[in-house]
Each structure stands twice: as structure tokens, then as C-alpha cells.
Design a binder for this molecule. Structure first.
Ligand SMILES: Nc1ncnc2c1ncn2[C@@H]1O[C@H](COP(=O)(O)OP(=O)(O)OP(=O)(O)O)[C@@H](O)[C@H]1O
Ligand SMILES: [Mg+2]
Length: 597
């Protein structure tokens, strides 16, 4: 069973290898042959000792032959080193490419996954899984796989050598090796059998929590907290520590036994040799064999250590590949069998109910409304009401539990995701700019956009003043060398992105943080440019922006409480009317404050 598992992860690993598979196999073959060659100098040594015994005490007769063996030994040692080096070159070359392939496959697969997958993954965890496991696999393929092949070839060659001179001494050398293997199996079997899975789980959890912790450093500082108050991180560290120390304690006895057994051949060989020597017919030959075994037994010990590490690293690499496979087994977003094209730019919610996975309560309950082509519909309401959730269902970041979201009269599940994304420009509540040039940040909306188009979009989004102050204009990398943009400036850049995309439907999730009044006016102007002649679904926190909307929908606890135009809702004197009053008084308060200053 275990063997089958080993085989299957190795097979999946080699699937990423493509044409580099042969190079990996070649590198491993070189390493195996190099291992065998590394034993040849010991044989030469045997023959040198034999010649010395034979020519004793006239050593001068045999000097030529001895130096000949010496040179042969050197040639084999150098040859073995060169082969090992060439083998490593091959495996390194292949490993780098294979791990790049793995990373690419995992990342392209992740892009295809529904947003739901990312919402239940701790942020940073996915990147850590991909990075750590591909690194581990790269190391394994570059170093440990060729070493494992060498370590597996060696025992066979060593066995042949051990028994070809004196079987009794051979058996004596073999005995510690067998005992060593028994101890080794205790380290990886029994209580420790599931070690690698638990170890990797604990390590992965601790790494992901560390990323979360570092991301939250501003909060840590402001609230003067210590690592201990971050329960998840603290728990992950303690779990890892407990596990690692528990495992070390479990391994204490077998590891000591393994080390003693593999290095203990001397203790067996010397008394055994004294015993056998008295009963042998050819004492000179026996002494010669004995010397050889004494010289050779450290090779057996180092071979055993290599096998031990090879077993451990294979387990690690096996786990790494299995973890990557888990990502690849996640089902990508279902694409329709017979995709249809939206007929126009309308949006319709038909009795939509949606619950986040893992959540007990529905975020949206039986919601129905329409946005006709060219109309602007605004979603308003208290925090947590379900506005962002509703907006996220249109580009199919999530699929509904029941009901349907229609774009251009077609259920979004029947539109190919590429086609759907072409229809929609989404401006997120939290602006995300890449650590790249301003140009590239805008260009993500339209990769083939010309320089003029990019500049026009930035101009329309009121970004001219931002560009002017950036040291290298469009080429300035955001987030580098002290170039940071304020929240309001970032919003304008993200509006430029949406303007450049020029999609018929605009979904705008307005940022909650208010920009300063200058920025606010600029954002408002950019927004007006963006929505010209478009179908717009907007989430507005500043009610001034929704006043002119064709329809305002008040969402509360996932339900539509009110809907209609600004005037109609004011007339009804319900939630919206109260919100509007509060908004008006907050403005009056703000103006009053400004007047005082
Ligand atoms: N990824 C998620 N996983 C689970 N629950 C979520 C997730 N995102 C939001 N929710 C929950 O869904 C409900 C609606 O949240 P949503 O973000 O849609 O509110 P909102 O109206 O946009 O609020 P705000 O005005 O603060 O932006 C909330 O109860 C929230 O806790
Ligand atoms: Mg929101």
C-alpha cells in the first residue's frame, strides 16, 4: 500500500517534468553509477594490501604494481566525483524547470477556482502552500532524488563486495546494517507512522499564521499587543513545538540505536576476527580480508545514514506533492456546456438566496430587483446588510443557493466566465494596486491598450495631478522607494482602470473611508465619467451620490426593505428617509465645524 502511494506521488511529480523527465532520469543514473565507482578505490586498496602481503618483506619488487593500483584508485575516485557533479547538473537543471511548471500549473488552476475557495482559505496560506511545496520539491529533485538513487544502488554493490572476500566477515558487517534498518523502521513506523502528514500540517498552519500576524503588525502596534494575544498564531507555534519535541522524544531510542548499530561494526569485527583467526587455515589471507573490512565498514555506516535521510526526504517530498495535488483537485468554476451571450447590459436578481460556505445564516434572502440597460441602481443600507455580497454575485464570484442572477437576460451560470467578465467592470470596496508601474496597474483592465488610451483613462479619472507628482510618471512603481498613494488617489487609479476597460456594466463598491473634500470632488467627477451611458449597480455610503439614481434599494439583514427613487423613499418616511436625515445633519455638523475654524 505504502509502496503504491510512493509510486503514485513520484508519478504525479514526474508528470510536471514533461520533457525534463529524461534529464532527471539521466542525472539519477549518473549518480547511481558514481556511487558504484566510489567503491572501486576500496577494491584497489584491497589489492594494494594483498600485494604488500605477498611481497613482504621485499616491498621494492612490487612498487610499480602498487602505484598502478594507486593511480587506478585515484582515477575511479575522480571519475565518480565528475559523474556525480554532471548528474547534479542534470537534476538541478530539470528540478528548476519542473518546480516552475508546478508553480505555474497551481497558480493557473487557482485563478480558475471560484472565489468561495479563497474566502475560506486563510489569506497568505495558499501562496505559502504553493511556494513551500514547490521549493521542497525542487530541493528533492535537485539533491535528494539523485542521492536516494545513489543510496539505494550502494547497498547492492556493498552486499556483493561484502560477500566476495570472506562471507563470515561479510555477515558480521551485514548484521549491524540489519539492526540499523530495524531501528530506522521504528523511527518511521508505529507511533511515528503519520508523522510527516501531521508535521507538515503543523508547519503549514504555523507559517500561515505567521503571515497573518505580520500583516496585522499595525494593529499589533497600535493596541500594544504581544504575540501571545494572537491566539491562533500562539496556538500554531505551541502545536508545532509540542509535535516536534514529542517526535524527537519518540525517536531518541531508535536514533541512538541506529547510530550505535551502524557505527558499531568495529566492535563486532575485532573480537570476531580474533576468534576466527585461530581456526583458519590461511591466516595471511584472513588478515588481508580483515583489514579490508575494517577500512570498508565506515562506508557501510555512511551508506546507512544516507539511506536514512533519503527515506525522510522522500516522505517530505511525497507530502509536498500530495499537498499541491490537493489544490489541483479543487474543482474550478463550472463553465456552461452551451454558453450563451448576454442580449443587453441589463442585470436582474430573481429570488436570490445566498449563504457563504461555513456560515449558518443566509447573507441574501430571496432578493429580486432589476437594473435596465443604461440605468443606475444604488444599494444602500447598514453595514453587513449584504450589499457587497449582492454585487459579488453578478460577476459570479459566488454561485447562488437558489434563484438566479441574470445578465442581459441570461443566467450568469450559462455565460462563459470570459464573456461575463468582458461585460463587467468592477470597482472594489478595497482598492488593490499591484506593486508595479502605474501603467501596468491600469493596463490589467485592457492588456493591449495603447499609451494614448491609458493616458485618456487617467485623465478622465482625474489622475493628472497624481501623475505630475510621481517621479517617473507612468513608469513609477507604486509601493517602491517611498512612492505611496493616499486612499483617495488609489481609488482614482482604480476608477481609471474601470474607465479603460469600457465595459457596458459597471459595478461600483464605494470605499467606506471618506477621502478629503478635494479628493472626494475629484472621485465624484471620475465616477461621473465612468458611468456615462453605462448600466450601473453602485453601492454608496455617501448618500449624495445616490440621489440621482433611477432606483435606490435599501438592504438590511440580507433583505430588501425599501426600494424606489430618492423622492419616493423620502415620501414614505421609512429607513431611507431616516438615513437621509442623518446624512443631512452630519453634513450640517461638518459645515458648522468648518465655519467655526
Ligand atoms: N467571505 C465571507 N464569508 C462569510 N461571511 C461573509 C463573507 N463576506 C461577508 N460575509 C457576511 O455576509 C453578510 C453581508 O456582508 P456584506 O459584506 O455583503 O455587507 P455590506 O452590506 O457590504 O457591508 P458594508 O457596508 O460594511 O460594506 C455579513 O453578515 C458578513 O458577515
Ligand atoms: Mg461592503
Amino acid at each position: 500500500m505504502e509502496q503504491k502511494k510512493t509510486k503514485s506521488w513520484l508519478c504525479s511529480l514526474l508528470q510536471y517534468a514533461g520533457k525534463h523527465k529524461r534529464l532527471t532520469i539521466l542525472g539519477c543514473t549518473f549518480s547511481g553509477v558514481s556511487s558504484i565507482l566510489s567503491l572501486a578505490p576500496y577494491l584497489c586498496l584491497y589489492f594494494i594490501i594483498q600485494d604488500l602481503f605477498e611481497s613482504w618483506p621485499q616491498f621494492s619488487n612490487n612498487t610499480n604494481k602498487i602505484s598502478e593500483y594507486g593511480w587506478i584508485a585515484v582515477a575511479f575516485a575522480v571519475g565518480s566525483l565528475i559523474l556525480y557533479f554532471v548528474g547534479l547538473l542534470c537534476t538541478h537543471f530539470a528540478a528548476f524547470r519542473i518546480s516552475k511548471n508546478m508553480k505555474k500549473t497551481a497558480i493557473s488552476h487557482a485563478v480558475e477556482l471560484p472565489m468561495g475557495y479563497f474566502s475560506h482559505q486563510a489569506s497568505g496560506r495558499l501562496r505559502k502552500i504553493i511556494d513551500d511545496n514547490t521549493d521542497m520539491t525542487e530541493n528533492f529533485l535537485a539533491h535528494q532524488l539523485p542521492d536516494t538513487v545513489g543510496a539505494l544502488v550502494l547497498p547492492i554493490a556493498i552486499l556483493v563486495m561484502l560477500f566476495s572476500f570472506d562471507w563470515r566477515l561479510g555477515l558480521l558487517c551485514l548484521a549491524p546494517m540489519v539492526i540499523g534498518i530495524l531501528f530506522q523502521s521504528r523511527m518511521f513506523g508505529g507511533k511515528n507512522a503519520g508523522f510527516m502528514t501531521t508535521y507538515m500540517d503543523a508547519l503549514e498552519d504555523m507559517n500561515a499564521q505567521a503571515v497573518e500576524y505580520i500583516r496585522g503588525i499595525p494593529v499589533v502596534k497600535v493596541f500594544q499587543q504581544s504575540v501571545f494575544s494572537f491566539k491562533n498564531f500562539h496556538r500554531a507555534i505551541m502545536k508545532y513545538k509540542e509535535f516536534a519535541s514529542g517526535y524527537s522524544v519518540n525517536c531518541r531510542v531508535p536514533m541512538v540505536g541506529f547510530t550505535i548499530a551502524t557505527n558499531g561494526a568495529f566492535f563486532l569485527l575485532i573480537p570476531a576476527a580474533i576468534l576466527i583467526l585461530g581456526h583458519t587455515a590461511t591466516p595471511v589471507q584472513f588478515l588481508l580480508d580483515f583489514l579490508f573490512y575494517i577500512l570498508f565498514s565506515p562506508v557501510c555506516a555512511s551508506m546507512m545514514t544516507r539511506v536514512l535521510y533519503a527515506a525522510e526526504t522522500s516522505m517530505q517530498a511525497g507530502q509536498a506533492v500530495q499537498r499541491m495535488e490537493q489544490i489541483l483537485q479543487e474543482k474550478p468554476l463550472d463553465e456552461p456546456d452551451n454558453p450563451q451571450t448576454p442580449k443587453d447590459s441589463s442585470i436582474e436578481f430573481r429570488n436570490v438566496t445566498f449563504t457563504y460556505s461555513g456560515s449558518k445564516q443566509a447573507a441574501l434572502k430571496n432578493i429580486s430587483f432589476s437594473v435596465y440597460p443604461g440605468q443606475t441602481v444604488a444599494l444602500v443600507g447598514a453595514s453587513g446588510g449584504g450589499k457587497t455580497t449582492a454585487a459579488s454575485l453578478v460577476p459570479r464570484f459566488f454561485d447562488v443557493d437558489s434563484g438566479a442572477v441574470m445578465v442581459g437576460g441570461i443566467d450568469v451560470r450559462q455565460i462563459h466566465s470570459e464573456e461575463l467578465m468582458k461585460q463587467i467592470a468592477f470597482v472594489f470596496q478595497d482598492t488593490h494596486l499591484f506593486k508595479d508601474s502605474v501603467r501596468e496597474n491600469i493596463r490589467v483592465a485592457k492588456p493591449d491598450a495603447s499609451e494614448e488610451e491609458i493616458r485618456a483613462a487617467l485623465h478622465a479619472a482625474q489622475c493628472d495631478d497624481i501623475l505630475e507628482k510621481l517621479p517617473r510618471g507612468l513608469d513609477t512603481v507604486i509601493g517602491e522607494k517611498g512612492v505611496y498613494l493616499s486612499g483617495g488617489e488609489q481609488q482614482r487609479i482604480s476608477l481609471a482602470r474601470a474607465i479603460l476597460k469600457d465595459a457596458p456594466i459597471i459595478i461600483l463598491d464605494e470605499a467606506t473611508a471618506f477621502a478629503d473634500s478635494e479628493n472626494e470632488a475629484a472621485i465624484q467627477k471620475a465616477f461621473e465619467k465612468l458611468i456615462q451611458n453605462k448600466t450601473v449597480l453602485m453601492i454608496a455610503h455617501r448618500l449624495s451620490t445616490v440621489k440621482t439614481a433611477d432606483q435606490i434599494i435599501v438592504l438590511q439583514d440580507g433583505e430588501i426593505k425599501e426600494s424606489g427613487t430618492h423622492e419616493k423613499l423620502l415620501f414614505e418616511k421609512g429607513i431611507y428617509s431616516k438615513m437621509w436625515k442623518d446624512y443631512q445633519s452630519s453634513i450640517a455638523w461638518k459645515l458648522g465645524k468648518e465655519a467655526q475654524v
